[in-house]
Design a protein around this ligand. Structure first.
Ligand code: GLC
Length: 475
């Protein structure tokens, strides 16, 4: 099949969150199965053209935008068997930040149209167009609507990585890219909501775990789109994310000081000592070290973790935090780090290399999310023999089995109710297991043996593409 991806962020070129990891690695897994795969992403200002060998000469096209046209260039490279097309229009699309500009809705609408134009003018006739999250959502109604003939009637697939961000705006972005305004659902909010438009018009809709696919049908997790999603239930798929097992590999990772594997874990102990030193924590082999990597926002459970952190330290633990987030949480954690120097370290920012050293050097990984479409931190932790402590929600519920509830097959520690008390209890249970040497090493070996590579999930995507093609043909 000829499969075209479009996403706002793609690792390793531009990464804000897990979307980039998926958009970077799933296309390669599909290419490895023998499909022709390409991906379009914006040429963000932060992308290092030289490092990635992005050519300066490229096809330039004129893209309709509102009542005028804008010129867009499409330099491309090939990596891992996938053609990567950088959509370059400095003023609108390629800015220094991926998200957060007041005109994001407009510039991503333009990006979506620029992708459609590139495919149409280039004479590409993809079998499947696969858009991700609200930023590229309008590509779906375009490919199913006014671009359908020009693109040869492709099937359209839309993947929800996070339903909390839908791209609504007061600006008529749909009109800007030539789409008619229309309500996608009896409740009128759908009209200028890119995510709702994609959910309504895609041949197949998916999300990144089976549990989240069920959760989003309820008001608690549906973010107002639960009724629309329920209408699409027959075409709604839940496919758990994989990770790039070559990037996250304690036996080959260039960012960690000492390599190790399940058969010889001595390197992990050295990595822990090195990490404690690097972060200014007391160097101590027997102190349970908890890693926290991610955005310090409510989604990630930071509000219930904040009161539990002092408890972890009192119980003799250490915590290493890496991430950025809401100013009020950053301030609270700065204060905690000052008060508990030597046992709590805080690095504000994103640093992929340090992240890998934290995955490797920690004993446990904390992820008490309020909601979690899939979550990659727990999967990466498994790979490094680091035991996750998670809330049983979304993809975390699908991938982590509580080791007290299931002694033979447990892979971490989990709790249900979103509150500090049950999180504290899960942490205490994890520390108890950690203090039991034989049990802990069995648990570590077990999680390192789990297979969360893309192989199985990439096959499920192909099944979904085939189903989407059948319904596109029937339409
Ligand atoms: C979003 C979700 C996260 C998921 C990632 C990749 O960041 O919040 O749960 O793992 O997308 O699909």
């Amino acid at each position: 099949m000829r499969i075209v991806f479009a996403a706002a962020e793609v690792a390793p070129y531009a990464k804000v969150g897990g979307l980039a990891d998926v958009a970077g690695s799933l296309p390669q897994a599909l290419a490895a199965l023998g499909h022709h795969v390409s991906i379009h992403l914006p040429l963000h200002g932060t992308i290092d053209r030289e490092r990635f060998g992005i050519p300066t000469d490229a096809v330039v096209r004129s893209v309709p935008y509102g009542r005028s046209h804008v010129r867009v260039a499409y330099p491309s490279i090939v990596r891992g068997g996938v053609r990567v097309v950088f959509v370059d229009n400095g003023r609108h699309i390629g800015r220094a930040t991926v998200y957060g500009a007041p005109d994001d809705a407009k510039r991503y609408a333009l990006f979506a149209r620029a992708v459609a134009e590139d495919l149409a003018q280039g004479g590409d006739r993809p079998d499947v167009i696969h858009a991700h999250d609200w930023h590229t959502a309008l590509l779906v109604p375009m490919a199913a609507g006014h671009y359908r003939r020009a693109l040869g009637g492709p099937a359209t697939v839309f993947t929800i990585h996070n339903l909390a961000y839908q791209g609504q705006s007061a600006v008529d972005v749909v009109g800007l890219v030539g789409l008619p305004r229309k309500h996608v659902h009896p409740e009128k909010h759908g009209e200028l909501n890119p995510m709702a438009r994609a959910i309504a018009s895609a041949d197949a809709v998916s999300t990144v775990s089976e549990r989240y696919a069920e959760e989003i049908l309820t008001p608690e997790f549906g973010n107002g789109l639960e009724a629309l999603l329920a209408e699409r239930r027959d075409d709604l798929w839940g496919i758990v994310n994989g990770i790039d097992v070559d990037v996250f590999d304690p036996f080959a990772d260039a960012h960690i000081p000492v390599h190790y594997s399940a058969v010889d874990m001595r390197g992990k102990a050295q990595d822990k000592a090195a990490l404690q030193k690097e972060l200014g924590l007391a160097v101590s082999a027997r102190t349970p070290l908890f890693g926290v990597i991610g955005r310090l926002v409510e989604q990630k459970g930071i509000d219930i973790l904040t009161p539990v952190a002092p408890e972890i330290l009192r119980a003799g633990g250490q915590i290493a935090v890496l991430g950025t987030g809401e100013p009020r949480y950053e301030a609270m954690w700065k204060e905690l780090a000052e008060r508990h120097a030597g046992s709590l370290s805080l690095r504000l920012g994103f640093d992929a290399a340090l992240a890998q050293r934290i995955y490797a050097g920690s004993d446990m990984f904390l992820m008490p999310s309020r909601f979690e479409p899939c979550g990659l931190g727990q999967l990466i932790s498994f790979r490094y023999g680091t035991v996750p402590v998670v809330r049983a929600v979304g993809g975390l519920a699908d991938t982590v089995r509580d080791a007290d509830a299931d002694a033979r097959q447990g892979t971490g520690f989990s709790f249900r109710e979103y509150a500090a008390e049950p999180l504290g209890d899960a942490v205490r249970r994890a520390i108890r297991a950690y203090r039991d040497g034989a049990r802990w090493s069995a648990l570590r070996t077990r999680v390192m043996g789990l297979d969360h590579s893309w192989a199985a999930s990439a096959r499920r995507y192909v099944e979904m593409y085939e189903a989407a093609r059948d319904s596109a043909r029937a339409a």
